[in-house]
Structures are given as C-alpha cells and as structure tokens.
Design a protein around this ligand. Structure first.
Ligand SMILES: Nc1nc2c(ncn2[C@@H]2O[C@H](COP(=O)(O)OP(=O)(O)OP(=O)(O)O)[C@@H](O)[C@H]2O)c(=O)[nH]1
Ligand SMILES: [Mg+2]
Length: 495
C-alpha cells in the first residue's frame, strides 16, 4: 500500500511538478559543484528569465541554494535536500518519504570524485536521419585549436552546412566559448573536466545542440592538457552511437615554435618532462598532425619541423596550415570532410605519469568587472594587463601555456568582444579581436594556464590587476577559481 505523503514532502513535490524544474534538479544532482545560473540556462535551453524564475521556486522550497558572487548566481543542491539522496551504483535515489525518484548519475568529474569507469551510464541520443559528422580538433594548450575550430566552422557554414561546436575546459567561464559564440556559432560548453571524464556530458551537449541547431557537423575542442582521446572518446562514440556519427580522423594541432622546442630543434624555455609526456602522447595518437600558424614559419623551418614530426610520429600524416591566412586549409578541410577515422589498437599510456603531468599545470579562471569614469580604449588596457601577468610569470620562472582574456563591453551587441592571447613567455601578447569603439565599462574573462602553483598564479593575477587599475578605470575581481587538474578518470576506455 502506498505510504501517505508526509507534510514536509508536499512543498518538494509541488516545486518538482514542472519539467524544467525537474531538469534543473537532475542537472544539479549530477554536477559535483554548483553551477552558475547562466550555465544552467544554457545547458537546459532555458531563457535567463525562466531559469531565474524556476530557481527561485526551487530555492523557496528548500531544494536549491542560490549564492551571489559579483554578477554571478551560483546554484547548488541544498544540503537538507541532498540528505534525501542516496547513491546507488549507477544512480541517485531521491527518497521524499511519500515516493522515490531515480536520477541517472553523471560521468566522473575530472577530479576523480566519482568513478563510473565500469558501470558507465549511457545517455540517450535522438536518432538523427543521417549520421552527423563528428570532428575533434585537439592539441596542446595554445596550439591554435579555437582559432582553427572557428575557421573550419566558417568554411562549413559558408558551404551551407549546419554546424554545432563543443568547447571543453577544466574550469568554468571560458574565453573560448565566449569567442566562438561571438562569431555566431551554436556552441555548448562542457566545463569542469575533460571530454574523456565527462563522456556523458559530451553526448548531452551534442543532444542539446541537435535540438537547437540540428547540426550536420559537430566540432569538438578538447582540453589542451588532455590525451588518450581516441580510446576514451572517439572509440566509445563509435561503439555506442556508431549509427549516429561518422567520425573524422583525429587532428592534433601543434604551435610550430612550441613543437620545435619540444622536439629539440630550437632552444628556449620549455615545460618539464611529465608535461612533455602529455604533449608527445597527444601526437602519438593523432591521425593528422596539423602544424598551425604556418605564417610564423619560413620554408626551411617548416620543412625541418615536418620531417621531425614524420620521423617521430610515423602513424600520422602531417599538414601545415594557417587559420589566419588560410594557407593549407583546403587540404585539411578535404580530409575532415571526406575521410573516416580508421579503427586501430589504441596507444598505450601510463595514467600515473599523465596525471602527474596534468597536476604540474596551474589553472586559473577569473572575471573582472571594469568601471570607468569616462571612455577608455580597450586594446592598450588588455595588452598592459597581459604584459603585467607575463612579466610576473617570467620572474617566477613559470612557463605560460596559454593566457587568454576577453573583454565584453557593458550592453554589448552580440559579437562585440576583444580578445588577447599569450602562448609563450618570450612572445608578445597578441590581440585576436579588437573593439572598434572606446567603452565605458565591461567585463574581462581571464583564463590562465601555466606550469606553476595555482596559488602563485592567483597572486600574479591579483598584483597585475592592482597595477593596471587607476581611479578612472577600476578593476574589481568578481570571481576567481584556481586549481590543478585532478587525475583523469575516463568514463570509458576502448583499447
Ligand atoms: N600567427 C598565427 N597565430 C594564430 C593562428 N591561429 C591561432 N593563432 C594564435 O594562437 C593563439 C592561441 O590560439 P587559440 O586558438 O586560442 O589556441 P587554443 O589551442 O584554442 O588554446 P587553448 O584552448 O587555451 O588550449 C592566439 O593568439 C591566436 O590568435 C595562425 O594561423 N597564425
Ligand atoms: Mg581553445
């Protein structure tokens, strides 16, 4: 006989009796950390207004907490409500007293909190009429992936194809997502861990894009410190969803200057051995090694790098392209559009060394609010901030992997965003996009990845912001997270 609802159960049931609110709770239950309201809205395809309205109702019912940090609202599961959840092998059981619900558990988070390697759940993906093309463009931090993704997406959409992009990072508030959305592409972000550890989120992201934009081509950019993507992402995709995707060969981009140093063709500051292990593993599993930024190389330099790559990584074909000038891109497009990845035995990898290499990298994401007393030019401001950070990294002997920042003006129209990047300590910060007009206020998103303690990165960023700020141009740090990536625990591994 069913039990009578207990009184304290009714507010929960009332709040949960709406599909959007149910989905919000399901998403939060499977997320190891709170999510921003904006992130929740985009994951669930809700407007900001509706996400905010539903969250308020859930908050009033004691199901979620809402914490304001600057301009962000962080939404998490209320500790009292969490007590009603029990973890089973593949799911979370919610016991309200009157009835029980089952939430499918998400994949493992990158910090290894949950290990679903053995009993991984398999999300549903609506059957697509034709298999969608799945392209993955990998490569080390700063190799030029996002720039290349934008160029490939532009080429495909100019050819009349619907394209959906998936970005990925260990943290939240991503410059890459901001940049790609500013170019008008449907983009989903998987934050808080790499694709291999968030396989289900990758599939969910594809499903969301499919609902919104019905892409014929998905382009995924994995985290630049990740490897073993063939065994943990593309082979499982083929095995589980083989009829829905046709998978292109894995492209791995290399920044030519960084690659020349790693392969010993040139002297200069470099990463330590275990970080280089990851770099080399990325190349070892590549079907195509794509030398990016070809415009930075002369012919002799390109030929030397090409032959070193061919010698050391004989399995891969080597191409050289410049997403900036378009050189060599046609050859790459034709492989991406016409060839399928060939199934081979996956490479061997030592996860201990891989994890130690990842843990040597410090990760910092921050948002900075900009308030001014008049109009200011954004290019000198971003360049100065980047140079301040660069000088302090150099003094600390911390090799930068990638420093990238966007600046969005308040009340910006879509597409208005300035971008600055730095990919080596001995390079100059470069503007990737500039704003045409001076601004009177805005927001900076800052992503820094370097071989250094995250605490040291925080001090460097705080000091640099303080140095650049003036009474006419105030910079206030609204949100900052910094960490070392945890041990990768893939959801699947098909060797
Ligand atoms: N000269 C030149 N620079 C390029 C080219 N492609 C990318 N870059 C620059 O390389 C830097 C890094 O580019 P991104 O596309 O952000 O690199 P990424 O691999 O996505 O970086 P992460 O996501 O941080 O790993 C930026 O300053 C780009 O403008 C190119 O073809 N030529
Ligand atoms: Mg990127």
């Amino acid at each position: 006989m069913p039990r009578r609802p207990e009184n304290d159960c009714l507010p929960f049931l009332k709040a949960l009796s709406d599909e959007s609110r149910w989905n919000i709770v399901r998403t939060l239950v499977s997320s190891p950390d709170p999510l921003t309201l904006g992130d929740l809205a985009s994951r669930l395809g809700l407007s900001d207004y509706n996400a905010s309205r539903h969250t308020r109702i859930l908050n009033e019912a004691g199901i979620v907490t809402v914490k304001r940090e600057g301009r962000f609202k962080w939404i998490g599961i209320h500790s009292g409500f969490r007590k009603r959840l029990r973890t089973e092998t593949d799911s979370e059981l919610l016991d309200l007293g009157c009835c029980r619900f089952e939430f499918e558990q998400s994949s493992a988070d990158s910090r290894g909190n949950k290990h679903l390697h053995k009993n991984a759940t398999i999300p549903n993906l609506r059957s697509m009429s034709d298999p969608a093309r799945y392209l993955m463009i990998g490569g080390f931090l700063g190799a030029g992936k996002t720039t290349a993704v934008a160029a490939v997406a532009r080429h495909l959409s100019d050819a009349g194809k619907r394209v959906g992009l998936i970005t990925n990072d260990q943290g939240r508030e991503l410059v890459d997502t901001k940049m790609l959305r500013s170019r008008g592409f449907a983009t989903e972000e998987i934050a808080g861990g790499c694709f291999c550890c968030k396989f289900n989120s990758l599939v969910d992201a594809a499903a969301r894009l499919d609902e919104d934009a019905a892409p014929e081509v998905f382009i995924a950019e994995p985290v630049g410190s990740c490897t073993d993507l063939v065994a943990t992402v593309t082979y499982p995709l083929r095995r589980i969803y083989g009829d829905r995707f046709s998978i292109a060969p894995l492209s791995v981009l290399v920044d030519p200057m960084r690659a020349r140093r790693i392969l010993g063709l040139e002297a200069g500051q470099n990463f330590s051995e275990k970080v280089v292990y990851i770099y080399r593993k990325q190349l070892e599993e590549a079907d195509l090694i794509v030398i990016s930024k070809r415009d930075l190389l002369d012919e002799a330099g390109e030929a030397e790098l090409r032959s070193a790559l061919e010698r050391e990584f004989p399995k891969a074909r080597v191409l050289a392209v410049s997403a900036r000038t378009g050189e060599g891109m046609e050859d790459w497009f034709s492989v991406l559009e016409s060839e399928d990845q060939v199934r081979e035995i996956a490479m061997e990898i030592d996860y201990d060394t891989y994890a130690e290499g990842e843990a040597l990298l410090g990760w910092l994401n921050a948002t900075v609010e900009l308030t001014t007393t008049g109009e200011i030019d954004t290019t000198p401001l971003l360049q100065q901030l980047a140079r301040e950070i660069q000088q302090r990294l150099v003094s600390a002997g911390a090799e930068v992997a990638h420093l990238k920042m966007t600046l969005s003006p308040d009340n910006a129209f879509a597409g208005e965003v300035a971008v600055v990047n730095l990919v080596r300590n001995d390079f100059s910060p470069e503007m990737g996009q500039e704003l045409d007009e001076p601004i009177e206020g805005g927001q900076i998103i800052l992503n820094l990845r370097a071989e250094a303690d995250p605490e040291a990165l925080e001090s460097i960023v705080r000091e640099s912001i303080a140095t650049v700020a003036t009474p006419e141009c105030r910079l206030s740090l609204e949100h900052l997270e910094r960490f070392r990536p945890g041990r990768p625990v893939p959801t699947h591994r098909d060797a």
